[in-house]
Design a protein around this ligand. Structure first.
Ligand code: 2BA
Length: 124
C-alpha cells in the first residue's frame, strides 16, 4: 500500500481495506510472488483449518479500496480448488462405539476471502 507513515484509514477520497485471504499452502508462494510483483504488500501467517485440521496459509493484505479488484483477480489466477478425501472424526459422545468412519470428498479452495474496512492505518 502506498500510504506512508501516519496514513489514515481514509485519505484523499479512498479508503483502506484489509483483505484476509485463506489459501492452500501449495498456492501461497505463487500468490505472494504475484502480489509483490504488482507492488502489493502482504503478511503471511501459518494457520490451520478448523474442519480438516490441516495447515493452510492466511495472508493479510492492506490495500487501497480501488485495488481490491486487482487482488481478487490475482487470487483467482494463482489459487485453485482441489478435491480432498477426509475421514470425519468420531463423535466425542453418543454413538461413538457404532461409528464407522467413511471418507468423504470435500473441495478445498481456491481461496476464502474477507474484505474489511479499516478505520485507521498507521505506520509508526
Ligand atoms: P477447513 O476448515 O479445514 O475446511 C476445508 C474444507 O472443508 C472447506 O474448504 C470445505 O470444502 C470443507 N468444509 C469445511 N467445513 C465443513 C463442514 N462443516 N462440513 C462439510 N465440509 C466442510 P473451503 O471452504 O475452501 O475452506 C478452506 C479453509 O478456509 C478452511 O479450512 C478454513 O481454514 C477457511 N475458511 C473457510 N470458510 C471460513 C469462514 N467462514 N471463516 C473462517 N475461515 C474459513
Amino acid at each position: 500500500m502506498a500510504g506512508g507513515r501516519g496514513s489514515r484509514g481514509e485519505r484523499r477520497g479512498w479508503t483502506v481495506k484489509l483483505m484476509i485471504v485463506i489459501v492452500q499452502n501449495k498456492d501461497a508462494g505463487h500468490l505472494l510472488d504475484a502480489l509483490l510483483a504488482r507492488g502489493l504488500r502482504a503478511t503471511k501467517l501459518a494457520s490451520t483449518g478448523g474442519f480438516l485440521r490441516e495447515g493452510n496459509t492466511t495472508l493479510m493484505i492492506g490495500v487501497e479500496d480501488e485495488r481490491v479488484g486487482d487482488v481478487l483477480a490475482i487470487v483467482r489466477r494463482t489459487c485453485r480448488a482441489r478435491d480432498q478425501l477426509v475421514t470425519p472424526l468420531a463423535p466425542l459422545s453418543g454413538a461413538a462405539e457404532t461409528y464407522v468412519p467413511y471418507p468423504v470428498e470435500v473441495q478445498v479452495g481456491g481461496a476464502t476471502v474477507f474484505v474489511l474496512s479499516v478505520e485507521r492505518f498507521e505506520k509508526v
